[in-house]
Design a protein around this ligand. Structure first.
Ligand code: NAP
Ligand code: GDD
Length: 370
């Protein structure tokens, strides 16, 4: 009988960690997730998995080598998916040292935990690399050979992660790979990333729980895919004969403005964008009578970054060819629709929290939540 595969997932409470856990459980894996100790247990995304016989969670922290060494020794994983990170680009400008510790040195800690436990030839490692490595892009679209030009403390930290993985592959013959993933979103996306901020705001505004949405650079371009599709690639990358790095993207690009337009339209409000730069506004030109003529989207300097990555478009040809992965399985229109429909229901169901949500909306309006 084939030995059961054992996956260890760091960042299991995150968007990708939760989808990947579901995916691997479906493939018959024993799944072990790493959570960090906190005074508030935030496990909303994996609550439905707890109690399943093949799903286990453990405390450890990417900043604490000892906890990682002990955990890897205890679990004896056959595959590690290193998804844990301080993943918010704007936050990395406020907390650059923490970001470097978790997103850069944290990767080294995982690799060393595997070596310390003498698992370097038994355990495959996936590293969550990112399109942010291309940063101030040197060519469009970006592929595996495009030069990197990181453009935030987050990206610089992730660049270390990318290179240390490559180094351990070559120095020690370890099976470790980077997935260079472009933005992927979902109804489980953190609420301060631009897509989710927009879909939640559109739902709240449609239901009279928020007046307005403040955003930063509306012209920023992204290659947005659906997170549920992307976790399959993480797994596929570790099933190849030889370890390698892959760009995972849809190959289709849209602006933040286009995302907002479609999200508001799906929630029943048509926007017309007027003005430019900091003065640009999204005015409701069709929809509920009480909203027509109102400005629903404004630009705030609070959401501009000291340096911003503005032109990401991935070329997924290699993943298509070598992993047999379909980058178009969920279109941009379907993604927006999934997220808006989910958030319309969530906001409608949030009766008690409605008051709290209004407060949150005020915070958003004042620009406190990034
Ligand atoms: P996410 O939702 O922000 O999840 C990040 C996870 O990392 C959370 O589970 C978080 O735990 C955990 N974490 C943070 N600091 C930690 C620490 N010190 N010790 C242990 N765990 C820690 O991110 P995501 O969107 O799922 O992304 C997953 C990974 O892919 C990240 O590495 C991200 O940088 C990378 N990536 C994401 C995208 C994207 O578009 N989503 C694209 C490219 C690359 P808490 O719940 O306790 O905070
Ligand atoms: N968050 C946010 N909030 N971004 C805004 C806003 C706003 O109000 N207004 C405009 N933007 C712009 C940002 O300046 C950026 O250019 C773009 O929208 C996307 O921002 P985010 O959704 O925060 O994502 P990101 O691209 O910076 O980072 C995400 O994707 C990376 C892959 O490219 C994260 O998931 C990273 O962890 C990931 O590596």
């Amino acid at each position: 009988m084939e030995k059961k595969k054992i996956a260890l997932i760091t960042g299991v409470t995150g968007q990708d960690g939760s989808y990947l856990s579901e995916f691997l459980l479906g493939k018959g894996y024993e799944v072990h997730g790493v959570i960090r100790r906190s005074s508030v247990d935030y496990r909303e995304r994996i609550a439905h998995l707890e109690g399943k016989p093949d799903f286990h969670i453990h405390y450890a922290d990417m900043g604490d080598s000892m906890s990682l060494v002990k955990l890897v020794g205890k679990v004896q994983p056959t595959e590690i998916y290193n998804l844990a990170a301080q993943s918010h680009v704007q936050v990395s400008f406020d907390a650059p040292e923490f970001t470097a510790d978790v997103d850069a040195v944290g990767v080294l800690r995982i690799l060393e935990a595997v070596r310390t436990n003498h698992l370097e030839h038994h355990c495959r490692i996936y590293q969550a690399s990112t399109s942010e490595l291309y940063g101030k892009v040197e060519e469009v679209p970006q592929n595996e050979l495009t030069p990197f030009h990181p453009y935030s403390p987050y990206a610089v930290a992730k660049l270390y992660g990318y290179w240390i993985v490559k180094e351990y592959r070559e120095a020690y013959g370890m099976y470790c790979c980077s997935g260079i993933l472009f933005n992927h979103e979902s109804e489980r996306r953190g609420e301060t990333f631009v897509t989710r901020k927009i879909t939640l705001a559109a739902a709240r505004i449609a239901q009279g729980k928020q007046e307005k949405l403040f955003l930063g650079n509306l012209s920023s371009l992204r290659d947005w895919g659906y997170a549920k599709d992307y976790v399959e690639c993480m797994w596929l990358i570790l099933q190849q004969e030889q370890p390698d790095d892959f760009v995972i993207a849809t190959g289709v690009q849209h602006s933040v403005r286009e995302f907002a337009y479609l999200a508001f339209k799906t929630a029943g409000m048509e926007l017309e964008f007027r003005g430019e730069g900091i003065d640009e506004k999204g005015v409701c030109v069709a929809g509920p009578a009480n909203l027509v003529g109102k400005t629903l989207v404004e630009v705030s300097e609070d959401f501009y970054r000291p340096t911003d990555v503005v032109n990401l478009l991935g070329d997924p040809s290699k993943a298509k060819r070598e992993l047999g992965w379909d980058p178009q399985s969920t279109s941009f229109e379907q993604l927006v629709s999934i997220m808006v429909k989910h958030d319309m229901q969530k906001v409608a169901a949030d009766h008690v929290a409605g008051v709290m949500r209004t407060n949150l909306a005020e915070y958003l309006e004042k620009g406190i939540t990034k």
